[in-house]
Design a protein around this ligand. Sequence first.
Ligand SMILES: *Cc1c(COP(=O)(O)O)cnc(C)c1O
Length: 301
Amino acid sequence: MQSYNQEIKNISVKGVSLFLKREDLLDPEISGNKYRKLKYNLIKAKSEGFTVLLTFGGAFSNHIAAVAAAGKKYGFETIGVIRGEELADKISDNPTLLSAKQNGMKFVFVSREVFREKDAPEFIGKLRLEYGDFYLLPEGGTNDLAVKGCEEILTADDAEFTHVCCAVGTGGTLSGIINSSGENQKVIGFPSLKGSFLSDDIRSFVKTKNNWELITEYHFGGYGKISEELILFLNGFYQETGVSLDPVYTGKMMFGIYDLIEKGYFPEGSKILAVHTGGLQGCKGMNLLLKKKQLPLLNYI
Ligand SMILES: *Cc1c(COP(=O)(O)O)cnc(C)c1O
């Protein structure tokens, strides 16, 4: 399916307009930016004769879900190295792992200590000895080819926007957007995790541009953490616009955009394009967690 720019009309501040680039519609399972990040990696893997993809992720990872679905769709076996040994006998309780398994992914469950070694050549070597040759995708899927794929998110028609906003995990997606943005556009990243390492990572992928910034006030306590206020915002956003947002990435970005609009961050006449990077598969798992914590649930899944 095609992505398109949908106007979000319930903005209370005059003189600012907001559009949402519906990248979540690209594929029902390989959603949003994960589709963009995989595209050139899978082309390379195919052309080099690889039949197996191996990657890493946590229990609710959108990247794990996307790699499993892409493997099934494009004819690769997939192996997911998953953080947390205790998950091995809890697959059926975890919507992300269950759907990845149904898409044919094999799992290797490892402890948090072992998982931390995931970039070490010795660990990769061991995996090759055990599972044979594979095309390696890093955790979160970010590498040069992933950034190249994300350079295709913005199109020539998007030059009319003054600001482009995107949620940030590893920064690969934002880097691609920066690379294809116009010098006169401002690109704003909303990290969903704490930490200051991101700017350096992004600088390594972004060659010449300086028209971007990270706004670090909207991570809600860190990766995967969400508050009652955020849930109520997302339920309200759905009610008013009909658009579902995931609570880990795009939900935090949209909360931030609304807050910044209210605070007058965007000058009059601003035309904002926010990228819906998908990730809705994680909502089911999030609702299970919310239920345990006796918090309100996301009511649109
Ligand atoms: C993975 C993901 C991101 C973050 O992408 P990075 O390239 O790692 O910054 C943003 N939004 C959604 C929905 C994601 O699944």
